[in-house]
Design a protein around this ligand. Structure first.
Ligand code: KDG
Ligand code: MG
Length: 402
């Protein structure tokens, strides 16, 4: 089953997406998400200029071999651009494999380990009252798990406070916007927010919080300890993720469960974190961690150390990645929780899909392959527009950590 053609489709139905479409000699096609928020065209070029020429004529059934060929054969291993490109190829090949065998991808991954996938939504507010009503909106929509973010008074544009109601868009078109940051104000403000949310919504709801890599290890330990009475499901990205050893300090000071990994692109980003059991949830996702082939290996490794998965699922991961994540979540034994940010209607129109949400749970559906397609004519009506994530500066003007 030879690959005979490939297209890299860049579109912007409300936000930018890069999609790889592989076609086989017997008329099947497979899709892979290749979106790297704010650096989209680098992956598009990597694919078009360097990877697609290697794919034409290859057997689409050789998924593992193609992964190894692109990873080891490049000499330059890892990195978000490379791994996103490899992830797109790998995802498209799993899609083709499912279609060729007329089964949904989760069946190829070992079948269902659970009946459905629990997801969490994003309740954001510009102040405490609007944050509480956002939590109520998600609870009323059936969510069992809700991430809670609230703008810190006096700080301009706290990251993670979305634009949109049931969805959230982290990037902005044009030049990167700037936001301000003060650790002191944040650490004083956030614990009472969770005290109030727990008081209003009771002990059952799973509550999550994303620190967006903003703290030092000892500050993160302090925040985790202050949040212990409100028993979070997880505290995410408490410190910058490059230095795995820093999680030893955070872990020493708090029993609040820790999640990290949306910026990881390889198993080598998390070997210490997993083997030393420094985290509870691994957030690497299909698109940025090299596809289903690589993410399954990370999850299998993590299972040995009681670490569960919690895949990133922001709006900058396209419906193709969302579908792949749901097939993965349904099948992998040590699944924990899946992030779900709804896409805009324009995005959903470009990417018709079989996955569904009901009562806080999702299912990838029974369509062969991933169960998601791309309407290329609709995509063509939404040309790419450069966009960036914001840059944070401390109150004295110093660029702050992501
Ligand atoms: O592209 C980056 C965003 O997807 C990310 O900042 C959103 O932190 C995020 C999350 O947890 O979804
Ligand atoms: Mg995050």
């Amino acid at each position: 089953m030879k690959i005979v053609d490939a297209r890299v489709i860049v579109c912007s139905p409300g936000r930018n997406f890069v999609t790889l479409k592989l076609m086989t000699e017997d008329g099947l096609h497979g899709l892979g998400d290749a979106t790297l928020n704010g650096r989209e065209l680098a992956v598009a070029s990597y694919l078009s200029d360097h990877v697609v020429p290697l794919l034409i004529g290859r057997d689409a059934r050789r998924i593992e071999d193609t992964w190894q060929y692109l990873y080891k054969g490049a000499y330059w291993r890892r990195g978000p651009v490379t791994m996103t490109a490899i992830g797109a190829v790998d995802t498209a090949l799993w899609d083709i494999a499912g279609k060729a065998m007329n089964v949904p991808v989760y069946r190829l991954l070992g079948g269902r380990s659970r009946e459905a996938v629990m997801v969490y939504g994003h309740a954001n507010g510009a102040d405490l009252e609007s944050t509480l009503s956002a939590v109520e909106k998600f609870r009323a929509a059936g969510y069992h798990a809700i991430r809670v973010q609230c703008a810190v008074p006096g700080l301009e544009g706290t990251y993670g406070i979305g634009r949109g109601d049931m969805f959230y868009e982290p990037a902005t078109r044009g030049a990167p916007p700037q936001s301000t940051w003060s650790t002191e104000r944040y650490l004083t403000f956030i614990p009472p927010v969770f005290e109030r949310v727990r008081r209003e919504f009771g002990p059952e709801l799973h509550l999550l919080h994303d620190v967006h890599h903003r703290l030092t290890p000892i500050e993160a330990g302090r925040l985790g300890r202050l949040l212990e009475p409100y028993h979070l499901f997880w505290m995410e990205d408490a410190v910058a993720a490059e230095l795995q050893e820093s999680f030893r300090i955070v872990r020493r000071h708090t029993t609040t469960p820790l999640a990290v990994g949306e910026v990881f692109n390889s198993i080598y980003d998390c070997t210490t974190l997993i083997q030393e059991q420094l985290i509870d949830y691994m957030r690497a996702t299909v698109v940025h961690a090299g596809g289903l082939t690589a993410l399954r290996k990370i999850a299998n490794f993590a299972e040995v150390y009681h670490v569960r998965t919690g895949c990133h699922g922001a709006t900058d991961l396209s419906p193709v990645c969302m579908a792949a994540a749901l097939h993965f979540d349904l099948s992998v034994h040590n699944f924990g929780l899946q992030e779900y940010m709804r896409h805009t209607p324009e995005t959903d129109a470009v990417f018709p899909h079989a996955y569904s949400f009901e009562g806080g749970l999702m299912d990838p559906g029974e369509a062969p392959g991933l169960g998601v397609d791309i309407d290329e004519a609709a995509a063509g009506r939404h040309p790419y527009e450069r966009a960036y994530l914001p840059v944070a500066r401390k109150l004295d003007g110093t660029v702050h950590s992501w």
